[in-house]
Design a protein around this ligand. Sequence first.
Ligand code: UN1
Length: 508
Amino acid sequence: MDFLKNLGIENSNPGTSTGQNFLGEDHSEEIMSQTPIDGSEIASVTITSRAEYDEVVEKAQDAFKEWRMVPAPERGEIVRQIGLELRAHKEDLGKLVSYEMGKIYQEGLGEVQEMIDICDFAVGLSRQLYGKTMQSERPKHRMYEQWHPLGICGIISAFNFPVAVYSWNAMIAAVCGDVMIWKGSEKTPLCGVAVQKIIAKVLKRNGISEGVFNLITGGREVGEWMAEDERIPLISATGSIRMGKEVAKTVGARLGKTILELGGNNAIIISEHSDLEMAIRATVFGSVGTCGQRCTSTRRLIVHESVFDELKERLVKLYDGINIGNPLDEDTLVGPMIDEDAVDNMNAALKEVQEAGGELVYGGETVDKAGLEGGHYVKPAIVIAQNDYEIVQEETFAPILYLIKYSDLDEAIAMHNGVKQGLSSSMFTLNMREAETFLSSRGSDCGIANINVGTSGAEIGGAFGGEKETGGGRESGSDAWKAYMRRQTNTINWGDEMPLAQGIEFDV
Ligand code: UN1
C-alpha cells in the first residue's frame, strides 16, 4: 500500500479531514473508510463538528479577503502548480480512487487526468475572464461589465467521482477568486484528504493562505449546514435528484446561487444506419464502465428494430467476456459496486422491471470472488424493456442496460426525451439527416448530445451538465466560469455634463 503512504495517508487515522486546516480537538466522531474491493478498513477520518465548521467558514472568509486581491493570472499560477503536483501524484491518487471507490485503475488514472486537464484549462482561463464593453447612448460615457469573485464556493460532491468533480469546480472557482469549502462523500473521505494534502503543499510553498481550499467531512447534516449558510453565496452540488431538490429549496429560500449536476437517464439511439461495431463498443463502456455508477452511464439503448436482435446478441456475448473483479488488477474491466445498498438497489430495480414485463437477457447476479468476500461484485445486466416502465424512467445507479426497440426516428426521439432527466445523450448513425435531426431543437433535450460518441466520458473544455431534473447547472468548460462570479455593469461619465439615459429632461 505504498500509494497510501505516498499520499500521506497512514494506516489508522490520517489526522484531520481538513488536511492542513487543523481544527480544534473535538473529534468525537469518525468515519471509517472501507474499500469496496473486499470490505477491509483503510483509515478513519474525523467528522467535522459544528464548531469546526464555523471555524472553517471564518477562515475561508478571511482567506477570501486576500485571495480576491491576487491578480487572476497569479491565481492561475497557483492552479498551474497544483496541476504539476497532480501529475507527480497521478499513479498514487489514481490507485487511491480505485481502492476507495472501486472503479478500475485505468478509470482512476482517467479521473486524475481530468483534474490535470481542468487545471490546464483554468490556467488559460485565468487570463480570459472577459467582460464586454458597450456603447453608451450618452456623450462622454463609457459602459462596460466586469466579473468579480463571489466569495465562498461550497462544493458538495459524490462518491463516484471522488476527486475530479471537486476539481472541475474548485480550479475554475479558484482562478475566479473564490475560496472553497468542499464536502466530499462520506463513502470516499480519504480521496478528499489526499487531494487536500496535495493542494496544501502548493499553497504552503507559495505562502498562500490555507483557507483558500478547505475540506470538511460528514454526511447529510454537514451538507445542510452549507446549504443554509448565508455566508456561502454559491453551492455547487453533484449527486442524486432527491439531494439536489433539497439543496435547491434550502439555498433558494435564502436566494443563494446553485450549480446542480444531478442524475441522468442517458440513452443512445442506435439507428439502422450506424456503424454497429462502434456503437457496441461505446455502449459497453457507457453501461458497465465505473460499474454503471457514472451520472453519464448509458442506461437506455433505443435500437432500430432491424438491428435489434443482432445488437442484443453481440452485447450479451461481449458482456459475458467481461472480467469482473479486483479493480486494481490490470485485466479487470468491472470492479465492485460501492456498497451493499447499491447492490440492493440494483436487485430491486431488476425485480421491478421484470414484474413490469421486462425480460432479463443477461446478468444481474451477485458474483463471489475468492479472496474478496467482503466486496460487492455484480454481473452487469441487460434487460429488454419499454421506455414507459416506471423503473426505466428512473436512474438506478447500477450497471443495468435497458434495450428498447423503435421503428422510426420520431418515435425514437420521443422515447429518448420521454424521461425527467436530461444529462447526456448520443446517437449512432452515419446518416447526416438523422444526425442533424438528433442535434436540432427538435432532437435531444439533453445538456450533452453526441454523434457516434457514447454518453459517458466527456472531455474537459465543453460545459458539463444537463436539463430538466438534472438541475440545469454547467461546470468545467466553455463559459461555465461565469456561474462562479458576479457580474457588475459599470457606467463612467468622463464629461462635465449630467445627461440622463432615455433622454429624460430633469432640470434642478
Ligand atoms: C459524474 O458521473 O458525476 O463524462 C461525472 C463523464 C465524466 C464525468 C462524470 N467525465 O462520464
